[in-house]
Design a protein around this ligand. Structure first.
Ligand SMILES: NC(=O)c1ccc[n+]([C@@H]2O[C@H](COP(=O)([O-])OP(=O)(O)OC[C@H]3O[C@@H](n4cnc5c(N)ncnc54)[C@H](OP(=O)(O)O)[C@@H]3O)[C@@H](O)[C@H]2O)c1
Length: 242
């Protein structure tokens, strides 16, 4: 069966790994990016070369923009799965966070995926698979000082999934959050080596996850036999408990 997925944030480190592994598993992909066009077009070229019988399309959207989701969904045909990995954080004590930054966090992590589900629900219900995975965060469960608004929107992703899974289970759609602890990606580039070592020391596994260790669980949720797993937040955190 030809199967087609939309990866929101395919230009990110987790998104690129998920895309590469899904392509190897026979998926055609819509590869979304915001600013990193070159990353996605390079990935697209490579995937077209490796898997010439599958389709790979690049789609640009800034998800802080009100009309971004409608523009994006207007470009889609078959969609059997959605992987939502777009995200960014804002560091600082709460009184320092601007209202605009709050709006952007809400828009990218919560409003855009909800609008996306509203617009793609019918397509997902038509599919024999109908899978949705949001990449959340351990901070959505345990919270983090200096990242209070980010922790809040990550928690909202899990709350959305809890509720929405109940509405669409009878349509054959599953929706889950894969919530990493710390992952070795460009999102953490601003930390010094010492700061990263301090975080790693808090993690029982003693290290950040690789993007592949997160992608593994996303791919697992795509399997036909995973069709009874829905409404859950899977913490993938090396024992760094929520
Ligand atoms: N890295 C970690 O330690 C960690 C831990 C827990 C959860 N997470 C979550 O994992 C997900 C993926 O993060 P990552 O670590 O792979 O980070 P990353 O490499 O920085 O990727 C972030 C992705 O989000 C996209 N994005 C950011 N702002 C956007 C906007 N306004 N509109 C549309 N797309 C936007 C980026 O697009 P462009 O690059 O094209 O601009 C990129 O594709 C995020 O939701 C993050 O919160 C990460």
């Amino acid at each position: 069966m030809p199967k087609s997925a939309l990866i929101i944030g395919a230009s990110g480190d987790i998104g690129m790994t998920v895309a590469t592994e899904m392509a190897a598993d026979g998926w055609s992909l819509y590869l979304h990016y915001h600013q990193n066009q070159t990353r996605v077009t390079t990935l697209q070229k490579q995937l077209l070369q490796d898997y010439p019988k599958q389709d790979f399309f690049a789609i640009q959207a800034d998800l802080t923009q009100e009309d971004a989701v409608a523009k994006l969904t207007g470009q889609l045909f078959q969609v059997d799965a959605v992987i939502y990995t777009a995200g960014a954080t804002t560091y600082g004590l709460l009184p320092e966070v601007s209202a605009t930054a709050l709006d952007h966090l809400w828009q990218v992590h919560v409003k855009a995926p909800i609008l996306l589900m509203q617009q793609l629900q019918a397509k997902l219900a038509q599919s024999p698979l109908g899978r949705v995975v949001l990449i959340g965060s351990i901070y959505g469960g345990r919270g983090s000082a200096m990242e209070v608004p980010y922790s809040t929107v990550k928690g909202a992703q899990s709350a959305f999934v809890n509720a929405y899974a109940q509405e669409v289970a009878s349509l054959g759609i599953t929706i889950n959050v894969v919530a990493p602890g710390a992952v070795d990606t460009k999102m953490n580039n601003q930390f010094t080596t010492a700061e990263r070592a301090a975080v790693a020391a808090e993690i029982p596994a003693g290290a950040f996850a690789t993007p592949a260790q997160i992608a593994y669980w996303v791919l697992s949720l795509m399997a036909p036999a995973a069709d009874y797993m829905t409404g859950q937040t899977l913490y993938v955190n090396g024992g760094w408990l929520k």
